[in-house]
Design a protein around this ligand. Structure first.
Ligand code: UDX
Length: 435
């Protein structure tokens, strides 16, 4: 099927390449000439496992192209909207400028019967507002939210947990059938395919992210209590996680969630709920956000405590900058925030990360960055692990680190190290919510 994907950022670039990889003819359209040029040459604009391969294959096969020319969308049966919905500058709401601009630019190129499928995360009610503009061109607007996780974006796009398609009252059965054809490989293997109304589809996305954020902040709240009474939150998470109704995933206590989705999505959800006069229904999301931010303070506090009360002029090796492993994304990264705060206390902070240094340096040039992990560890008074890359979690024996550093203080901001092994090697180990 011929498809267009408007917006070639994280979501759009992966979606375009993934759709080409399952056999569709796809044109990716973006206003950013540099991004389009890079993608057209088969260069992945960010680190995402598997993306480079499907991009190269798609372009080589002739099924995947990129352009800034919206007219290239003509002839596509389904047009995906995958532009960003960032947080507005002066508040918590989602900025819909790019969604509106994309729809306005696309409408003149639509043919009757085309499907415009929104994928961006939007405040509930957005699709209903956009519908008349799309219907005026004889096309149909649906909402088809995306649940991809960074680091697994290609897999999550081709082989998702579920597919959700929200349709308006006037959409016929053929629209749903077309979307099943788009996702034929996933549909064939029995992936749940849930057809809803527009508002439900929009809400599924934000509520999924709100739930995940709440789960993380729940365990981090338990970490705060555990810290007060000398309990161990990781054992607590294991124990409650065995209850199938709770489940162990997303009960990783630490410095909390970041990235381009969870923080901004829960804030936008709160803002939208307030607009709807239902602010109190999701008032807890403010606390979810606050608990999350407090964990960064806690990590900094532990470093200072470990260093005997002051970080001033102390050498601190910060391991990690990305908001999570397998990503070079530093948007709202708790890891970098901890590094910046330690630097603010007068520490000599050296940050290392396997993938995210270039992005981190561009955003926070005041910090020192060293690509080589061991070089970053050299002469450090304290070691702070803030992103649980395997390079730190599995491939960094404490005995080896002891040969590099001056100090023996390790703060495990992700509870990802073997505390006993570090203690046995003579280190003072600080975890998050652990004695
Ligand atoms: C998230 C959602 O998972 C995804 O479904 C949605 O489409 C986009 O937002 P992503 O931002 O890629 O995906 O990251 P995710 O893997 O969810 O992690 C988010 C943050 O939570 C990371 O900073 C991670 O370190 C943190 N996290 C995750 C924890 O602190 N503890 C956990 O147990 C799990």
């Amino acid at each position: 099927m011929k498809l267009s994907v408007i917006g070639c950022g994280y979501l759009g670039a992966v979606h375009a390449a993934a759709m080409a990889s399952i056999g569709h003819d796809v044109v990716g359209i973006d206003v950013d000439q540099r991004k389009v040029d890079a993608l057209a040459k088969g260069e992945a604009p960010f680190f995402e496992p598997g993306l480079q391969e499907i991009l190269t294959d798609g372009i080589a096969s002739g099924r995947l192209s990129f352009t800034t020319d919206m007219a290239a969308a003509q002839g596509a049966k389904v047009h995906f909207i995958g532009v960003g919905t960032p947080q507005v500058r002066d508040g918590y709401a989602a900025d819909l400028t790019y969604v509106n601009a994309a729809v306005d630019a696309l409408v003149p190129h639509l043919s009757p019967g085309d499907i415009v499928a929104g994928k961006s995360t939007v405040p509930v009610g957005t699709a209903a507002e956009l519908t008349p503009r799309v219907e005026a061109a004889g096309a149909v607007l649906i909402w088809n939210p995306e649940f991809l996780r960074e680091g697994f974006a290609v897999k999550d796009t081709i082989d998702p947990d579920r597919l959700v398609v929200g349709v308006g009252a006037s959409a016929g059965d053929d629209v749903v059938e077309t979307m099943k054809e788009v996702y034929a490989p996933a549909v064939a293997k029995g992936t749940p395919f849930i057809v809803t109304d527009l508002a439900t589809a929009e809400l599924v996305k934000v509520s999924a992210n709100a739930f995940l954020a709440t789960k993380i902040s729940f365990i981090n709240a338990m970490a705060e209590i555990a810290e007060t009474v000398g309990a161990d939150v990781t054992q607590l998470a294991d124990a409650i996680g065995h209850d199938a109704r709770i489940g162990r995933r997303f009960l990783g206590a630490g410095i909390g969630f970041g990235g381009g989705c969870l923080p901004k999505d829960i804030r936008a959800f709160s803002a939208r709920a307030e607009e709807l006069g239902k602010g109190e229904s999701v008032a807890f999301l403010r606390q979810v956000d606050e608990i999350n931010m407090r964990r960064r303070d806690r990590a900094v506090q532990l470093v200072v405590e470990g260093l005997g009360g002051s970080a001033f002029e102390k050498k601190i090796a910060v391991l990690g900058a990305a908001f999570k492993p397998h990503s070079d994304d530093i948007r709202d990264s708790p890891a970098l925030d901890v590094a910046v705060r330690l630097h603010g206390l007068g520490a000599e902070v050296t940050v290392t990360d396997p993938e995210a240094i270039a992005n981190a340096r561009a955003k926070h040039p005041q910090l020192t960055y060293i690509e080589d992990r061991d070089a970053a560890l050299r002469d450090a008074d304290a070691v702070v692990v803030v992103t649980e890359w395997d390079e730190y979690r599995r491939q960094m024996p404490p005995e080896h680190v002891s040969t590099l550093t001056d100090g023996r203080i390790v703060v495990d901001g992700r509870n990802c190290l073997d505390a006993d092994a570090w203690r046995a090697a003579g280190w003072t180990y600080y975890g998050m919510g652990r004695p």
